[in-house]
Design a protein around this ligand. Sequence first.
Ligand SMILES: [Zn+2]
Length: 287
Amino acid sequence: MDELTVVIDAGHGGKDTGAISCTKKLEKDFNLSVALKVAERFKSIPEVKVILTRSTDVFIKLTDRSKIANEAKADAFISIHANSFFKSSQGTQTYYTNVISKDFATMFHPYVLKATCFKDGKVNKKSLSVTRKTKMPAILLEPGFLSNPKEEAVLMTEEFQDTFAEAIVQGSCAFFGVTYNVSTANPGLTPITTVIGTEKLPDPGYIKEGISWVPARSVLTILGALWTFQDKQVVLSGTPLDTLLIDNTAYIKARDLVPAGVGVFYEPSLENAKAVLLYPPKQEGAI
Ligand SMILES: [Zn+2]
């Protein structure tokens, strides 16, 4: 199979700051930060070659951005922006212009929305230079509003930008039909089997720097725990837990379940764990 090429276009740059956020941060910096994170993640996916329209804070004309993609005969084009309008404006939008981009935009949008957890601003058709002049499926992402203090605070965090970048890689791989393996894309992670009682979970846990992380939703649901997910953190019985987001899924430390009465054991040993075994509290409704 020929190598697939995706062009990642960090909007604005140099003298063109893009939007200025409600705390005076610049859209061009957000866009570049995300684009670099996307490129970094694609390094572990040999089937896909990434071309960045810019990798530094430089000004590039709109027409040059589409030209880069057209000359490279890219297979997809993704432009990264952040929105700005009213203080009250909110939501995640995906834009496209040409008919050939409609399916791409439609399949891609849910990945972005799942990452942002903002209001669904839907897939929109609009005549924008970079998505109009590109000859391949092309989209422009507006994950949220820099004019909205709540969304801006989220957009500007490193954690959000990581999650958003991850979603862009995931959506691209889904579009290309390329397998996206979480642990190959995150070299620091080793998959570990998670067992609750005698039930083996379909989704793995991960070991990161010697600590085992288990998928929060499935583990806490099976344990019948009272929990919520707030500000990208799992909250168990009112206590926020350290939360790791991998592939848009929340993971919690197995050892953080101990205070709730859960038995936590490792097989064959803690130092060389291949599986983490969780035993529900003996007392009904203890967690
Ligand atoms: Zn912009």
